[in-house]
Design a protein around this ligand. Structure first.
Ligand code: DUC
Ligand code: ZN
Ligand code: ZN
Ligand code: ZN
Length: 488
């Protein structure tokens, strides 16, 4: 591949506008975006006439090579990213899991996993316990390591789960650092009860997973996290919003002016729970993720919420396990490793479900697959835009072509695909990442070690004006009421 590329004649789409223009790239950076750019003949020219030229997708939520539930997710930083590139995603943000509560040990482990990267990536950090060392390490992560978001698990009792006291400490610490607090919002104590009840009833199959953690538990935890973040006055990001219950809590909070971001994932947007009821264990188990994929109706409500701005961006929670790993839970759904795919399918499925169906515009599509993620994690306009000076992470998308999803043709290492057989309009024909053509009409050309870690600075736009709000709150407080000593 050449380090000089001209993309000719396409419709260049950014979140704020679309226009017919050429895009000229040199050494990984977009140099110019304007009509009729003339170049010398050492430049690779790609014709995009009749096609959309859009910022590469950014997936805000993945778990590559994650050690989880006694095993490890099978797509690592190479295979998961290769799949992403084949589907038009050029950057992802993965969750570092601390090692025995140590953030720095967790980060070292993830830096190691990420050495084989073939596209750019960033890190969120999970917080799984609380003490002075963790508090101090959070500061180091933000100030020295380029991590500006921390995730708190309100579920996975006995493993990753934190209680309200820790969540409050974490929210305060995030606020003091200008870092974004993220929550996996399910009531972990109630899920634990629900699971025991299912087993007592003899419901040991994958459907027990969904039955044990209904939407009400996601709604409750979402409401609680939102209220606690409101009490602390710091922004909150709710990951994998799977239910109407959780979405409505976000809608209410945003309407009142609270800074809450809601991230649906592609499985929750396009699937319903019918798969988990399949009589075949392997088929049913592939749909097991947390929070669960909900009954029909939640999917449509989440789509509507995306189109009206209640939800702001789409992730995947890509975390895949093979059938042999899913089979750990053949006699007990609690042992089925949680996770589904999506990193390769997200761009196509969001296009088909949201744009092709007429629910959103093409500029909206760019906003919720790329630009808004870059803004929230404070790397815009380096990422998430086709502007002079931005990184050359670009897709050429043919709206007249079509896609079909099959395990046979996907690039993930997983031996199943929850979107098996789905087809629709639109196709990512070319993916350019870091100024190189890595996917070209079915040919993937990726090099391990070529991806870069993207540092994400604190104090995104979500923190704008928060000091003022705090000052207003403090000045509104009354001085203590003066009382005379009680008569004796
Ligand atoms: N949910 C999943 O399904 N997998 C990974 C972690 C999570 O919260
Ligand atoms: Zn070259
Ligand atoms: Zn989660
Ligand atoms: Zn996740």
């Amino acid at each position: 591949s050449s380090s000089k590329i001209l993309i000719k004649g396409g419709t260049v789409v950014n979140a704020h506008q679309q226009e017919i223009a050429d895009v000229y790239i040199e050494d990984g950076i977009i140099v110019a975006v304007k009509p009729s750019i003339k170049v010398s003949d050492d430049v690779t020219v790609l014709d995009a006439t009749g096609k959309f030229v859009m910022p590469g997708g950014i997936d805000p939520h993945t778990h590559l090579g994650m050690e989880f539930m006694g095993t490890q997710s099978v797509d690592d930083f190479f295979s998961g990213q290769a799949a992403a590139l084949a589907g038009g995603t050029t950057m992802h943000i993965d969750f570092v899991i601390p090692v025995n509560g140590s953030l720095s040990a967790g980060l070292e482990a993830y830096k190691d996993k990420a050495k084989k990267s073939c596209m750019d990536y960033g890190f969120h950090m999970a917080i799984t316990k609380w003490d002075e060392i963790v508090s101090r390490e959070m500061e180091i992560m933000v100030k020295e390591q380029g991590i500006n978001s921390f995730k708190f698990f309100m579920a996975y009792k006995g493993a990753l789960m934190i209680n309200d006291e820790l969540l409050l400490e974490g929210l305060k610490k995030c606020k003091s650092l200008g870092a974004l607090a993220m929550v996996h919002a399910e009531n972990g104590d109630a899920v634990f009860e629900g699971q025991k009840k299912m087993i007592e009833l003899g419901i040991t199959g994958p459907e027990g997973h969904a039955l044990s953690r209904p939407p009400v538990l996601e709604g409750e935890a979402t409401a609680r996290a939102i209220r606690l973040a409101g009490f602390v006055n710091t922004p909150l990001y709710v990951v994998h919003v799977m239910s109407t219950d959780a979405m409505e809590e976000i809608a209410r909070a945003r309407k009142s002016g609270q800074r809450v971001i809601g991230e649906p994932v592609v499985s929750g947007l396009v699937l319903d729970d019918s798969g988990i009821w399949d009589p075949d264990f392997t088929t049913a188990a592939k749909y097991v993720m947390s929070p669960p994929i909900r009954a029909s109706g939640h999917d449509k409500a989440l789509q509507a919420a995306l189109s009206t701005g209640i939800l702001q961006l789409v992730g995947t929670d890509h975390c895949v396990f093979n059938s042999t790993q899913k089979a750990f839970g053949i006699d007990d759904f609690r042992k089925i490793p949680n996770g589904v795919n999506g990193i390769e399918e997200r761009m196509h499925l969001v296009w088909d479900t949201m744009v092709e169906s007429g629910q959103i515009s093409v500029t909206d599509y760019v906003r919720l697959t790329s630009t808004e993620c870059a803004r929230i994690f404070n790397i815009y306009p380096r990422k998430g835009a086709i502007l002079a000076g931005s990184d050359a992470d670009i897709i050429i998308f043919n709206p007249s072509s079509s896609f079909e999803i099959t395990t046979r043709s996907h690039h993930s290492r997983s031996d199943t695909n929850v979107f098996e057989g789905k087809r629709g309009k639109g196709k990512v024909e070319v993916t350019i990442a870091g100024g190189r053509v890595l996917w070209n009409n079915g040919e993937l050309n990726v090099v391990p070690g070529s991806g870069k870690f993207i540092k994400m600075p604190p104090y995104s736009y979500l923190f704008g004006g928060i000091d003022k709000a705090d000052a207003k709150y403090l000045s509104s407080l009354q001085a203590p009421v003066k009382r005379s000593k009680a008569a004796t």
